[in-house]
Design a protein around this ligand. Structure first.
Ligand code: C2E
Ligand code: CA
Ligand code: CA
Ligand code: CA
Length: 277
């Protein structure tokens, strides 16, 4: 038992070392990623449950590093948040997503809104609303073609300041979504105070919902709650026709997931838009 304990300790220590090393590695490379032009955007369609049409695209950040390869945001977004680098990276995402949406429209493709993920730290940054304005102006994109996805963590600090910033964005004509809904801690009473258009049901609920009755009840409840507050509901991570059928039956408005398409590079996304005309 003593030996086992020692081995275990060693195991955890090594794992922790690995994590520190990985973090340091990512942090170091991340410093140069913007100037070296290593970021790119993938896009995943959002599809209307009733018509089956592509009604939007979510921009998802990718990092193409010469040694690390294509790095998933799961590996670097949290590091970028901790170091504060997310502010400038997020600004790049906003600008690039707006330019891309405008380019598609100018190419004659069906105009649909592009949704951009905004981290809590980026949203709290004092100049955020101005950065959004700048991105729209620089691209010429109409504000109604931009959506911002915020997590519940955004809503947890300085509620009045957050509502003021959200209201400014709404007045500009931008749509707002709550991402990963159900995973954070958001008071239902607060929820109705925020000027929000969409709730995105987190994919963990969608993944489990057909396996057990409580899972299905949670999804049904989120849809009912969201609708009673006049939000549109998007289900994330929809992978099977059975999941789609259940969501349709429960009145979910839109879905996103591998069933329709994985996130794809810009050229493939253009094909998805073109086919909608
Ligand atoms: P998210 O905003 O919840 O994005 C959805 C994630 O689920 C994406 O992972 C997407 O590829 C994945 N996904 C979509 N459909 C399915 C499906 O049917 N099954 C499964 N298993 N997965 C699916 P991705 O692209 O790796 O992004 C992970 C997270 O990184 C995002 O989660 C978001 O929180 C963050 N992220 C991505 N891009 C940005 C960005 O530009 N800014 C910020 N702040 N965060 C970003
Ligand atoms: Ca998202
Ligand atoms: Ca999500
Ligand atoms: Ca997520």
């Amino acid at each position: 038992a003593k030996d086992g304990g020692r081995n275990q300790l060693q195991f955890y220590t090594e794992e922790m070392n690995d994590r520190v090393t990985e973090r340091t590695l990512i942090e170091g490379h991340l410093r140069h990623a913007l100037v070296r032009n290593e970021f790119l955007l993938y896009f995943q369609p959002r599809v209307d449950c009733v018509s089956g049409e592509v009604v939007g695209l979510e921009a998802l950040l990718r990092w193409q590093h010469p040694e690390l390869g294509l790095v998933s945001p799961v590996r670097f977004i949290s590091v970028a948040e901790e170091t504060g680098r997310i502010v400038e990276i997020g600004e790049w995402v906003l600008k690039t997503a707006c330019l891309q949406a405008m380019a598609w429209q100018q190419a004659g493709l069906a105009p649909v809104p592009v949704a951009v993920n905004v981290s809590a730290r980026q949203f709290r940054h004092a100049a955020f609303v101005q950065e959004v304005k700048d991105a729209l102006e620089a691209s010429g994109l109409e504000p109604r073609y931009l959506e911002l996805e915020l997590t519940e963590s955004v809503m947890m600090h300085n509620v009045d300041v957050v509502i003021a910033a959200m209201s400014q964005l709404k007045e500009m004509g931008i749509c707002l979504s709550i991402d990963d809904f159900g995973t954070g801690y958001s008071s239902l009473n607060y929820l109705r105070r925020f000027p929000i258009d969409y709730l995105k049901i987190d994919q963990s609920f969608v993944r489990d919902m057909l396996d057990d009755p409580p899972g299905a009840a949670i999804v049904r409840s989120i849809i009912a709650l969201g609708h009673s507050l006049a939000f549109r509901i998007i289900a994330e991570g929809v992978e099977t026709p059975e999941q789609l059928a259940y969501l349709k039956e429960e009145g979910c408005d839109e879905i996103q997931g591998y069933l329709c398409s994985r996130p794809v590079p810009e050229k493939e996304a253009a094909v998805l838009l073109g086919s909608e005309r």
